[in-house]
Write a protein that binds this ligand. Structure first.
Ligand SMILES: Cc1cc2nc3c(=O)[nH]c(=O)nc-3n(C[C@H](O)[C@H](O)[C@H](O)COP(=O)(O)O)c2cc1C
Ligand SMILES: CCCCCCC(=O)C(=O)O
Length: 284
């Protein structure tokens, strides 16, 4: 059957993926109220179409941080692509390049940054960072991403601890033994990989705005903060000299009860006074 829209891909994935993988991809935190509200908030949006405007020539191109993309949608960072496809993030990188848009590769990719870069030479890519307690690991990843030609550094700010995704807990989610978080191989001691393929508590929950200065000292890349949900934090981002923010509630996988990404309660103009732009992501 022809795949016509994203919902068709979603239904296909639910039918054919192992339950443990599907549940991971579909997860929301706790009661999933924010995850579900993300979709409902989009459905409530109504356009105000104007007529007789000569639409014979359409141009959907736009720019993010000065780089042109063919349409105003990029690919958000998501971990563990090999759970869905053996080629993993290499396929995602190729698809993004073919579509002329930006791919943000996750720290928790199942392909290495080198493999991702080699799969789609010249593609427009940013690297998404989670900061680990072992700062040397994070420093090395940032510097490797820059050396490989990634063009932006996205710091995910909304995961000091992992949200409680109930089905992952029920399923006892583990990465299959043949799958590795390639960017973090050799980064940790011991054999316990019980938290999403990582040792428990490997992320650093003590990260603050001051760490933006630390990141700045490591790289010349533009820094974008992902997971901003309030005007106050957007303003702090501007004050700390970052080049962009991504308005996001992490697909409702983190703080259940947070507003929908396109909620009318959000002030999407935050930060624009000093020329910074907020990027709004599509949920799921
Ligand atoms: C399966 C899955 C894995 C994800 N992995 C990451 C990740 O590794 N890093 C990250 O910053 N966000 C991750 N996210 C969150 C997405 O980047 C994105 O924020 C979310 O899917 C869309 O919600 P939003 O519109 O609130 O941003 C993941 C989301 C999903 C569904
Ligand atoms: C130890 C943290 C695992 C997080 C996995 C990737 C991610 O961000 C997600 O939302 O899932």
């Amino acid at each position: 059957m022809a795949m016509v829209c994203l919902l068709d891909f979603e239904a296909y994935a639910e039918k054919y993926l192992p339950k443990i993988a599907w549940d991971f991809f579909a997860a929301g935190a706790d009661e999933c109220s924010t995850r579900d509200e993300n979709i409902l908030a989009y459905k409530r949006i109504r356009f105000r179409p104007r007529m007789l405007r000569d639409v014979s020539m359409l141009d959907t191109r736009t720019k993010i941080l000065g780089t042109e993309i063919s349409f105003p949608v990029g690919i958000a960072p998501t971990g563990f692509h090999q759970l869905a496809c053996p080629d993993g993030e290499k396929s995602t990188a190729r698809a993004a390049k073919a579509m002329g848009t930006c791919y943000i590769a996750s720290t928790y990719s199942t392909c290495s940054l080198e493999e991702i870069a080699a799969a789609a030479p010249g593609g427009f890519r940013w690297f998404q960072l989670y900061i680990h307690r072992n700062r040397a690991v994070s420093r090395q990843l940032v510097q490797q991403a820059e050396a490989l030609g990634f063009q932006g550094l996205v710091l995910t700010a909304d995961l000091p601890y992992t949200g409680k995704r109930r089905n992952d807990v029920r399923n006892g989610f583990q990465l299959p033994p043949h799958m590795k978080l390639k960017n973090l191989e050799g980064a940790f001691e011991g054999n316990d990989r019980s938290e999403y393929g990582l040792p428990p508590n490997s992320l650093d929950p003590s990260v603050t705005w001051d760490d933006i200065y630390w990141l700045r000292s490591l790289t010349h890349l533009p820094i974008i903060i992902k997971g901003i949900l309030t005007k106050e934090d957007a303003e702090l981002a501007v004050r700390h000299g970052v080049q962009g923010i991504i308005v996001s509630n992490h697909g409702g996988r983190q703080l259940d009860g947070a507003p929908a990404t396109v909620s009318e309660k959000m002030d999407h103009s935050s930060g624009t006074k000093s020329g910074n732009r907020g990027y709004c992501q599509c949920s799921r």
